[in-house]
Design a protein around this ligand. Structure first.
Ligand SMILES: C[S@@+](CC[C@H](N)C(=O)[O-])C[C@H]1O[C@@H](n2cnc3c(N)ncnc32)[C@H](O)[C@@H]1O
Length: 214
């Protein structure tokens, strides 16, 4: 990668983290969608979070007919890793039409829907065995409430929610508090909370949570 390309890519990442509104996010990802995968796969970034999250989710696949919603699916990096792990029924949901178009090209999703994770999700209660969400609980994107509660609502009883939360927002962004609240009201059991690599090339980390719906 040339110096100019690295600078452009860093500028896009900085803009992603500085999004102030959904419109900012839509505009940014419209510009970024076509090069997102190659930019983040580059050794300077090594964005491993989708692959690590898919590996985590695959541990909770209980049946070959498992259905998974990949929330904030972007270009489909999680979906591709899940499909490589043998999952056949994967739906995706994202705010950005341009990212959804790239996800469609990945060829692993059954349905791809436009949706906003800061609002109620347009899916029925108890729909999916697993909900995954990588890279979307980050600066300038989506907060814990109502997204985590909504993920739990659309997950089947004894199904799982697996998500990454960028490390520095786990406490300050209210994610830990919301997870504890969901546990306290008896909606979930906290299966695991682990710090894992996010962008290995940069050395940043994410808190990876797995919740079981009770
Ligand atoms: C860093 S990308 C992560 C995409 C993918 N999961 C991955 O790991 O590569 C963040 C994604 O969140 C989506 N996003 C941002 N705000 C959103 C919202 N309010 N509702 C749904 N998706 C949103 C963006 O469009 C983008 O595709």
């Amino acid at each position: 990668m040339t110096t100019t390309q690295v600078l452009t890519e860093n500028a896009l990442l900085a803009r992603a983290r500085a999004c102030l509104s959904k419109e900012d996010c839509r505009i940014l990802y419209a510009e970024w969608a076509a090069t997102y995968n190659s930019d983040l796969a580059d050794a300077s970034q090594e964005y491993v979070a989708p692959m690590l999250l898919a590996q985590t989710a695959l541990k909770y696949v209980r049946t070959p007919e498992v259905s998974i919603l990949d929330a904030g699916c972007g270009t489909g990096l999680v979906g591709v890793a899940l499909a490589q792990g043998g999952v056949k029924t994967i739906d995706g949901l994202d705010l950005s039409p341009d990212m959804l178009k790239m996800a469609e090209g990945a060829g692993v999703y059954r349905n791809l829907d436009s949706g906003d994770l800061t609002q109620q999700i347009e899916k029925a209660d108890d729909t999916y065995d697993i909900v995954t969400c990588a890279g979307t609980f980050t600066h300038g994107h989506v907060g814990p409430d109502p997204a985590l509660r909504e993920f739990v609502r659309i997950t089947k009883k004894n199904g799982f929610v697996a998500a990454t939360v960028i490390e520095d927002l786990w406490l300050s962004g209210g994610f830990e508090r919301e997870v504890k609240r969901l546990e306290a009201v008896g909606l979930v059991k906290v299966v695991s909370v682990e710090l894992k690599d996010y962008r290995r090339g940069v050395g940043d980390k994410a808190t990876v949570i797995v919740l079981e719906k009770l």
